[in-house]
Design a protein around this ligand. Structure first.
Ligand SMILES: NC(=O)c1ccc[n+]([C@@H]2O[C@H](COP(=O)([O-])OP(=O)(O)OC[C@H]3O[C@@H](n4cnc5c(N)ncnc54)[C@H](O)[C@@H]3O)[C@@H](O)[C@H]2O)c1
Length: 252
């Protein structure tokens, strides 16, 4: 279990469901971790849960350039290098018809997923080790449209554009850049989305998703974490500029 032996990995949204699952798996594979999140107390709990003396926590907001710099500098100060960045922090916004979709919600969602990923990676790249890996957590929502999901779906598509530019620019340094596209996950983030959706479509949102996922169920966080491990580690050494779907066939 050493796919990331001594690799220094920075994970944003590290206090959340997928961030924690990824952190636990990476720690078990020998990684040194820098976990970051907006939610300071959940972040402390996540660090304690992982229970590794090789885990450092740094609170911060990915939409603020100085916070992004501090996350990267924490990795350098604690471990002397940075090999892997997982840009995973996210919010959902709301579901509303185009004429009613609030501008401030659109801005808030775009700011976290798109500007946040940009600022984090802009801070990280000059200080990253050559041969490293950047994983941007997009979604099956980055590959399809659905009525009313204007902030989230637009932002998840935009992350693919960012990834593609980076993959080409960073290839000479052998830094690989890919997006990961989970389908609906059995966690509270998706639970809240489905509660909202149930009101809009007038039927159970969870059942609705299970019907349109060919494998007929939601993912477990650990299944998404294993795909993040593939992209972060040398197991994907010839994979860059690609979109890895982990969606039970939903985008097929
Ligand atoms: N849950 C799903 O079904 C699903 C499916 C596809 C993609 N995703 C994506 O996976 C990522 C993680 O989602 P999750 O399911 O673990 O949700 P989550 O809500 O459990 O975790 C998201 C974390 O991001 C943090 N965060 C939000 N805004 C931030 C900011 N400005 N700066 C720093 N941290 C911030 C939150 O505090 C939270 O801990 C998100 O990008 C989400 O869009 C989730």
């Amino acid at each position: 279990m050493n796919a990331l032996q001594d690799k220094v990995c920075l994970i944003t949204g590290g206090a959340g469901s997928l961030g924690r699952a990824i952190a636990k798996l990476f720690a078990g594979e020998g990684a040194k971790l820098v976990l970051s999140d907006l939610d300071e107390s959940a972040l402390a709990t996540a660090r304690d849960e992982i229970g590794s003396e090789r885990t450092v926590a740094v609170a911060g907001d990915v939409t603020r350039a100085q916070d992004a710099e501090r996350m990267v500098d924490t990795a350098l100060a604690a471990f002397g290098r940075l090999d892997v960045v997982v840009s995973n922090a996210g919010n959902f916004g709301t579901v509303a018809p185009i004429g009613e979709y609030p501008e401030e919600v659109f801005d808030a969602v775009y700011r976290v997923h798109v500007k946040g990923a940009f600022l984090l990676i802009r801070a990280a790249v000059p200080k990253m080790a050559d041969g490293g890996s950047i994983v941007i957590m997009s979604s099956v929502a980055g590959t399809r449209g659905d009525p009313g999901v204007y902030g989230y779906i637009t932002a998840k598509h935009a992350q693919v554009g960012l990834m593609r530019c980076l993959a080409k620019e960073l290839a000479p340094r052998r830094i690989r850049v890919n997006t990961l596209h989970p389908g609906p996950v059995a966690n509270s983030f998706q639970g809240a989305v489905e509660a909202d959706l149930s009101g809009v479509i007038g039927r159970d949102g969870t059942e609705f998703f299970n019907e349109i996922i060919p494998l007929g169920r939601h993912a477990e966080p650990g299944e998404i974490a294993r795909s993040a491990l593939y992209l972060a580690s040398d197991q994907s050494s010839f994979t860059t500029g690609t979109m890895l779907m982990v969606d039970g066939g939903m985008s097929a």
